[in-house]
Design a protein. Structure first.
Length: 150
């Protein structure tokens, strides 16, 4: 593999790592086969136009000049385009988050109430056992006192 092709592969690897997907999902994102992605990432195949233009077309903020030649800026903050949210996605996401937070809060309150009830029940049971033990001790003490007096 020529130095120029190895350097392009290195830039593709940088983008691949920044996107944070596995090879299968990265291949789906850019619209090429996983075999092509794997071969390029492992330096078994030089990056062809298919993978280069697929990256440029499907990943936001990729500087085509940088990807193809190494000249230009590498911003290290690539975001797949289908992750960029629309206003409706944001609105729905906010509704879901608010409802999730409300349900979580209610569940935490219910758990707290249950823990408190269990604690009170355990305390009552402990006090009942202490009373029973004390009653037994008092009975035994009375017997012992009678036996001492006789």
């Amino acid at each position: 593999m020529k130095v120029k092709d190895k350097e392009r592969t290195d830039r593709i690897i940088e983008i691949y790592n920044d996107v944070g997907l596995n090879q299968r999902k990265f291949a789906e994102l850019i619209g090429v086969s996983q075999q092509l992605v794997s071969a390029v990432l492992n330096y078994n195949k030089k990056p062809n136009e298919t993978i280069l233009f697929a990256i440029i077309d499907n990943i936001t903020s990729v500087d085509p000049i940088w990807l193809l030649t190494g000249k230009g800026k590498y911003t290290n903050n690539y975001v797949p385009q289908n992750i960029v949210s629309t206003p409706i996605d944001t609105y729905i996401s906010n509704i879901v988050k608010e409802r999730f937070d409300k349900i979580t809060s209610e569940m935490n309150q219910r758990l707290s109430n249950i823990e408190e009830l269990i604690s009170k029940t355990n305390a009552k049971n402990i006090l009942r056992r202490i009373d029973q033990d004390n009653s037994k001790l008092v009975s035994e003490l009375k017997k012992d006192t009678k036996n001492l007096g006789s």
